[in-house]
Each structure stands twice: as C-alpha cells, then as structure tokens.
Design a protein around this ligand. Structure first.
Ligand code: AMP
Length: 509
C-alpha cells in the first residue's frame, strides 16, 4: 500500500487535470507529476539509493517539493521533510540523527545545507532542485512504484523540539493513508475543483493536507513567494476555486488583521491548529471570513489527527456553551480514541485535568532510533502526548498547556492559557505568554509577558483589573513584562523556555 498510489491512480484517471499551480499559473498536470516522480525514483535507484533510505527535503515551499516528495515515496524510500527555517546546526543534527542518505534543497538553502553536510561528516548527497542535474534526474527512465507494507516508513517527522531535542516520529504509509481518508470524514470533502494553498511550511501540516487533494484530483497551489504574505494569499484566493489551506493561529490572525481582504468568496476552508487560538481572535476571524474555520489539534506523533472542532461549532452562537467550545479543541477525530488520564494512566472524570492519550492507526510507530523513549511515549499502546487537558460532559476537550508549562503556586495548579485568554481581551494586547517564576514561599508565581498592538501602550493596571474581573485572585499575574514581541521557534510557536531563562537572568543580574 505505497501511499504514492494516491498519485498514480489520480494520474491514470485524470492525467490532464492541473495537479500543481505556482502562484496563479499552472505548473504541472497529474500526468506530468506522476511521470516526473517515477522518473526521479528511477534516477535515485540508479544512483544507488535504496528502499528505506531517508531522503531529506530541505526546501522553501516550491512546486518541485511535490516532485521530490512523490519521487521518494514512489521509490519506496522514506521522506524526511525538514523545516526550511532551521539553523545549519539544527539541520546537521537532523541529517545525522536520521542517518540521511541524500537531501534535496532549494537554491536559496544550498549553502546552508552544504555547511551542514560538512559538519555531519558522513556521505549525504545533495541535489539542488531546479538546476541542471535536477532536470536530468526528473527525466530519468520511469520505474514502477515500489510495493510497501502498511507499517513501512513513509515520512520521518522531526518534532519541533519545544520540549527537548527534536525526535523523528516514524510515520508509516498506513498512518498517512488513514490520516488522508480521515480528512474527508472530519475536516472537509475536497471537490474536484478544490485548491489547497500551501501557505504554511510543506514540511509540516500543510504538506500533510496536500495528500487528500490527490484522490480528489484537486489542485495544490504553491505561493510564488514561498512564504506567508497575506496580500499574496488574498490574491491567490481570488485566482483559484474552492480554496482551502492549513494555517497556524498566528497566520489566521495576520490574515484577518491585514488591511484589505479582497473578495474571499472562493475561500472554502481554513483549518487552523498547531498552537492555541484565543477566543477573541477566533471571533474576529469568523466575523471577517464567515463560516470557513475548522480547528484541529494534533502533533507530529499523531499528525493533525487528535481532535477536531468542526465548522458548525464555530457558527453555533446560540449554543449555551458556545464560548467554551470555541476555547476547546473539539472532540476526538473519527480515526482515534482519545482519553484523559492520571499519572497511572487511569481515566479521570469529565471536568478533571490529566494527560491526553491517543490510540489509533494514525499514531506513529515510535521515534527513530530511540527505543526507550518510544516505549515510554507509547506505553500500554497509547500515545502519551505530554499535553494536559480536560473533557467536558459532551466529549469536548480543552487543552491546558503542556505539562511542563503548568504553574503550581501555593499548591494550586494554574493553567497559563486561562490567564492568556483574559489578557488578550484587552484591545492593546497583541500577544502574551504567562509563565511561572520560582518563589520561595509559593513555589512559583505568575508572570505575564505582554506585547502591545503596534502604536498602542499598555497600562498594566488595566490588565490587572481585567484579571480581577474574570479570574480567581491567585491566578492573577504578580508582575508584567512589556516587550515588543515574544520569542518564537521556527514554527511560529512561542518558546516559554526562553521567557523563563529571561526571568532567571533578571534574578541573577
Ligand atoms: P508539533 O508536533 O510540532 O506539531 O506540536 C504539537 C503540539 O502543538 C501539541 O502537542 C500541542 O501542544 C500544540 N497544539 C497542536 N494543536 C493545537 C491546538 N489546536 N491548540 C493548542 N495547541 C495545539
């Protein structure tokens, strides 16, 4: 069940449909994409690359990404997509850890990749896409698709490392196939004239959401800038039909805050997730874009497939628990079982917080080359996500931050997200993050980092009042730090670890 059958079947049935667009223009048809993938697979085999070899994709979003991705799968090798914003040292770490055999890079990243390969010191072949040798590889003699068993490795997915060293989550052909089919069940039904814009990195969720567009014979659109530019995205929405995209909550916020949003009638669905979407931001997005939002909660270890908050719940403003549901991540997706458990893996009742555990055919096989950590993460057959959360009586799950971010003050658990939700209601607050600082008497005390909306100043007395009016006194920040922006990792996620280090250095200096 090689996942690439999704492409070869589509190419047989609709060879002339556009498979990939670059900006507003067509880049290649299904027939061309499948032919190039089979040609690239043949060339890689002839170069001595073998089944199961890990092949890196260190590329800025570009149409060639899809040629390489499918070529590697076609050849029965494992794709190793790597975030293009990573530092040379991080890239070297991943190439070494995954024992990569080759890496395809875009010209803008060639220098960085060459330096990383030097650092690794092992023989990793580098191919620069779009240049001379690359077109020879694509036009190699096509080979038949290599058969793969359901549990064979298809995508080695390095976690973002917010909680330690990145680890490679081993995603099999079955994992990705099930996740693809589940998109139709829980997220959206892709029409034949659908267009998926890769507004977010293709090495991550956006690339994963390209897959359901294959069986539908729909189109994937790569922005010409290769990055995220709200004006360009609005232009692409106008240029294509039945548009969907995956976006991090911060991207949705930037889209909504953009001066002019043009005509969004071609926009079908924005699926957001990967980090918290605050209720105030979500409401603003709904006002601006209409009934087009779906939320997912997932992690590399169960990609995009833990829970879903469907479109209808975003629109059910009359529901008595509307706001509560918007603040939740929805209910379990159809392909997984989800539980909330205590430290001994026993279920906790609705309303109580515990660790979120997941089981199903989309859950990774384990971490690459880390048998002990894998056994620990998958103990009892359940993926231990490291995320804390609580179910309500209706099976809607609310995330309560990662266990590491929990603040314990005077013996009480304080979930930063709850305080952040309140602070973000203030119109002058653009971003915020709440962390714990060690305190002799209380164990920890609450500190809020707040970034103002451009041109606004923040009055901390007003923030304090907002907290007093909305949450228990003991959860109120004891201190505020106003900062122009919060530190983020290459995936746009706020890195609270850095904020804690910042506080520590204040104490010592
Ligand atoms: P990654 O494996 O890099 O995709 O990071 C996954 C982590 O992002 C999860 O374990 C959660 O902590 C967080 N996350 C994912 N989706 C959501 C969501 N919808 N709301 C809040 N946090 C999320």
């Amino acid at each position: 069940m090689n996942l690439n059958n999704l492409l070869t079947r589509a190419a047989r049935s609709f060879p002339d449909r556009v498979a990939v667009a670059h900006g507003a223009a067509s880049y290649c048809t299904y027939g061309e994409l499948a032919h190039r993938a089979a040609g690239l697979a043949g060339s890689m085999q002839r170069l001595g690359l073998a089944i199961d070899d890990r092949i890196g994709l260190f590329m800025t979003n570009c149409p060639q990404y899809l040629e390489v991705f499918h070529g590697v799968l076609h050849a029965g090798m494992a794709t190793l997509p790597i975030n293009s914003k990573l530092h040379e040292k991080e890239l070297a770490y991943i190439l070494d850890d995954a024992d990569a055999h080759a890496v395809f890079v875009t010209p803008d990243l060639a220098e960085k990749a060459a330096a990383a390969i030097d650092e690794v010191g092992s023989a990793v072949r580098m191919f620069v896409v779009g240049e001379g040798e690359y077109s020879d590889l694509l036009s190699g003699e096509p080979v038949p698709i290599v058969h793969r068993a359901p549990d064979d490795l298809a995508w080695l997915f390095y976690t973002s490392g917010t909680t330690g060293q990145p680890k490679g989550a081993m995603l099999s052909h079955r994992n990705l196939w099930d996740g693809t089919l589940n998109y139709f069940v829980d997220i959206d039904r892709v029409p034949a004239n659908g267009s998926a814009i890769h507004a977010a990195p293709m090495s991550h969720g956006s690339g994963f959401y390209g897959l359901p567009h294959l069986p539908a014979g729909a189109k994937q659109v790569v922005p010409e800038s290769g990055g995220f530019d709200p004006a360009e995205i609005y232009a692409l929405i106008e240029a294509h039909s039945e548009v969907s995209m995956f976006a991090a909550p911060t991207m949705v916020k930037r889209l909504v805050e953009h001066d002019s949003c043009g005509d969004t009638s071609n926009l079908r669905t924005i699926t957001y997730g990967g980090g918290p979407m605050y209720v105030a931001d979500c409401k603003r997005a709904l006002e601006r874009l209409g009934p087009k939002l779906v939320q997912i909660y997932g992690q590399g270890e169960s990609p995009m497939t833990i829970t879903v908050l469907p479109r209808e719940d975003h629109m059910a403003t009359d529901h008595p628990r509307y706001e509560q549901r918007l603040a939740s991540v929805g209910y379990a997706q159809s392909v997984v079982e989800v539980r909330v458990a205590d430290a001994d893996d026993n279920d906790v009742p609705a309303g109580e917080v515990g660790e979120i555990l997941v089981r199903g055919d989309v859950v990774m096989k384990g971490y690459w080359d880390r048998p002990e950590v894998s056994a620990e993460a998958l103990r009892g057959g359940w993926l231990h996500t490291g995320d804390m959360g609580a179910f309500d009586e209706d099976g809607y799950l609310t995330l309560k931050d990662r266990s590491k971010d929990l603040i314990i003050s005077g013996g009480s658990n304080i979930y930063p997200r709850e305080i952040e939700e309140v602070l973000l209601r203030h119109p002058a607050v653009s971003e915020c993050a709440v962390v714990g600082r060690p305190h002799e008497e209380w164990g920890e005390e609450v500190i809020a980092f707040v970034a103002p909306v451009e041109g606004e100043t923040i009055d901390t007395a007003e923030l304090d009042k907002l907290c007093l009016d909305n949450i228990a006194r003991f959860k109120r920040p004891k201190d505020y730090r106003i900062t122009p922006a919060l530190p983020k990792n290459n995936y746009g996620k706020i890195v609270k670890r850095e904020l804690r280090i910042w506080l520590e250095s204040e104490d010592h200096g």
